[in-house]
Design a protein around this ligand. Structure first.
Ligand code: PRX
Length: 638
């Protein structure tokens, strides 16, 4: 393929696809509210809504007064048609350990039992429950059990540090935490319980439910800790689903905020269920015989929506994997695809670049005959990685859906539809039917083709878009609804479109960096570094990286330290590991005398960034300390 070429789905693919005619876009555009209403009717509601979409800017509601329980749709509805069909395949990290397969019936039974167990522990509708679990079946069971009884789950990525866990537990005031003794990561046992014990200090957690996974030795607090197996013992197989209002909270998921404090995104029951169901069905084009594997961790929004709710709402078989895709061999991921006959595979550009680098050749010996559709998410998908994915994994046969969305949006909002296309490398595609987007310049005018601007969502947004930041309405307003007023959702992404309207995501316009697809703000890294007593000032920027897309680079100033440079750098890295976790570690830490600042004392991160990109530094005479730039240049070896 040449640069700029368009690709369309093959005849065979198109023939079977749910959507093959682009008239769907027009139909949805005419009346998006009605369009979503028709889709909502395909779910089971215990009471119909009285109003489909109501809007009091910046607040909005979907399916007002409708009553629904997402687990009735995800589990009970499937029991009638496909009770014996595998719902969940779990591949453990250790190759010698047996995989687990849970049918819809078995999964439903486990969820109901655990839901009853939670009830017995006193968990009620609206209570928040913390879940700090790795990729094991119990994480799915725990989420669904919460949803069954109307408790609000808050997952915390298992590689997050105790400090990161603590902030989330404090904010949600969860009284229950569900965790595990340990789990496997690259052949080592990670003592998760130890992190959980530290994370619950100074929180309201009263009970800790512990899954026995790695059988490692752990500390046990008799009055507080209970084994998962013991809580579910003798619990009945059925738990009446709690009737939830469409706008009741389903879960809170934290994402990076501009300060050190993460933001709790509030997702609600009805709208989220509708969007999760239909984005999965149409974008991954699921059929009864598909086996879907999304590589994301359940601790991120991709995990919530496409490793749990969406496939279940569609009666699909999906796979979750405990380990790292390149362990014990660099091609473990390829073996998993072949072992289970995965048909639809969803991953991030970082993983694709890593596969290419470490097993560009190996992948040629895999035929991947079962694959029929590929997906990508989380970061800009460069043309080279796209081509490699298309040729070597998809064998030029599989359409690629590059999907744009955010923790806030709950489900995919921009992509090419697989049975319609076109697919254009480095472009994500069009807004999903029923979703209105625009790209605006700073004055709020739509940009012309080829010109960059700010990507925004227009009313009626999408049913799954989050409704607020937990306990922080001010931040919700400031972050999303001030740039262009209260009727336009500001995504914080820069984008452009081509003459056909296909959208390319350029990247964030705020201080978020995407490290291997993980969302981190430079602000939260700086807050962590500032906790080190010898650091007087610091600045973190994102630097382009061949594999991870971007990596953080930290500049630190330490006026008083007597420690050797290498020692202080190590301590700074440790501080980040302790406050956030290993995913956020900076690639480089530079100790400098001073940081470039404006006369009013603002650190000029833009200049630091440009030193790496080679862009023009601009007028340095406005700085209060232009000499600092020369020093920084020397330190970074320019
Ligand atoms: O910058 C965009 C980038 O990821 C951000 C959202 O991150 P997060 O909330 O962690 O959710 C990621 C998974 C849904 C966006 O603001 N992003 C997401 N998908 C894409 C993307 N950038 C380019 N292309 C994408 N397909």
């Amino acid at each position: 393929m040449k640069k700029g070429d368009l690709y369309f789905p093959g005849k065979e693919f198109k023939k079977r696809a749910w959507l093959k005619d682009k008239s769907i876009y027009k139909k949805a555009e005419k009346n998006p509210v009605k369009f979503w209403e028709e889709l909502a009717k395909e779910l089971k509601w215990s009471k119909k809504w009285t109003e489909v979409f109501s809007h009091k800017p910046p607040y909005f509601e979907w399916f007002k007064n409708g009553k629904i329980n997402i687990t009735e749709n995800a589990l009970d509805e499937n029991l009638k048609k496909r009770g014996e069909k595998p719902a969940l395949i779990w591949e453990p990290e250790l190759t010698e350990e047996k995989a687990k397969i849970l049918t819809y019936k078995e999964l439903s039974k486990e969820v109901n039992k655990f839901a009853n167990a939670l009830k017995k522990l006193g968990v009620k509708k609206g209570n928040r429950v913390g879940i700090y679990l790795p990729m094991i079946p119990e994480v799915i069971i725990a989420m669904l059990a919460c949803a069954r009884i109307g408790a609000v789950h808050t997952l915390v990525f298992s590689a997050f540090s105790p400090a990161a866990l603590k902030i989330r537990l404090q904010d949600t005031e969860a009284k229950i935490l569900i965790t595990a003794d340990g789990y496997y990561r690259r052949g080592k046992v990670i003592n998760l319980k130890e992190n959980a014990d530290a994370g619950i200090e100074e929180t309201k957690v009263e009970k800790v439910i512990v899954v026995k996974r790695a059988k490692n030795e752990i500390f046990w607090e008799e009055r507080r800790d209970i084994w998962w197996d013991e809580v579910i013992e003798n619990q009945p197989d059925f738990c009446q689903p709690e009737i939830m209002d469409s706008e009741d909270l389903l879960f809170i998921l934290y994402t990076s905020g501009s300060t050190g404090k993460p933001k709790g995104c509030e997702h609600t029951c009805g709208g989220y269920a509708v969007q999760a169901k239909f984005t999965g069905k149409w974008i991954f084009d699921w059929k009864e015989d598909d086996i879907f594997w999304s590589m994301a961790d359940i601790g991120w929004i991709t995990g919530h929506t496409y490793n749990c709710y969406s496939p279940l709402l569609n009666g699909v078989t999906f796979l979750i994997f405990e380990g790292a895709p390149d362990w014990p061999t660099p091609h473990r991921w390829a073996e998993i695809i072949e072992k289970y006959g995965v048909t639809v595979f969803y991953t991030a550009p970082t993983a694709i670049r890593m596969f290419e680098k470490y097993n560009g050749k190996i992948s040629e010996s895999y035929k991947f005959e079962t694959l029929r559709l590929l997906g990508s998410v989380g970061e800009p998908f460069d043309e080279a990685a796209w081509q490699w994915y298309f040729e070597k994994i998809g064998k030029k046969r599989c359409p690629i859906v590059d999907t744009w969305w955010q923790t806030e949006t709950g489900g995919i909002l921009i992509t090419s539809l697989p049975g319609i296309g076109p697919f254009k490398p480095s472009f994500t595609g069009l807004a999903f039917p029923g979703v209105k987007v625009d790209i605006l310049d700073d004055r709020g005018k739509s940009v012309r083709a080829g010109k960059e601007g700010n990507l925004v969502l227009l009313p009626p947004f999408a049913p799954g878009l989050f409704r607020g930041i937990y306990k922080n309405p001010q931040k919700y307003l400031e972050t999303y609804w001030t740039q262009y007023g209260e009727k336009i959702y500001f995504t914080s992404d820069a984008a452009l479109h081509d003459k056909n309207g296909l959208i390319r995501i350029v990247g964030r316009v705020d201080d978020v960096i995407k490290v291997a697809g993980h969302r981190i703000t430079t602000g939260e890294l700086e807050s962590a570094i500032s906790l080190h007593e010898d650091i007087t000032e610091c600045a973190v920027i994102g630097k382009k990286d061949e594999i991870k897309g971007e990596v953080p680079v930290a500049f630190i100033v330490s006026k008083k330290t007597k420690k050797p440079v290498e020692q202080i750098k190590k301590e700074v890295i440790e501080e980040i590991r302790k406050e956030i976790g290993p995913i956020a570690l900076p690639k480089e830490v530079y100790l400098v005398e001073d940081l470039p600042k404006t006369r009013s004392g603002k650190i000029m991160r833009r200049i630091l960034k440009r030193l790496f990109t080679g862009e023009d530094l601009g007028d340095l005479s406005t700085l209060s300390n232009p000499q600092s730039v020369e020093e920084v240049k020397k330190v970074i070896g320019l």
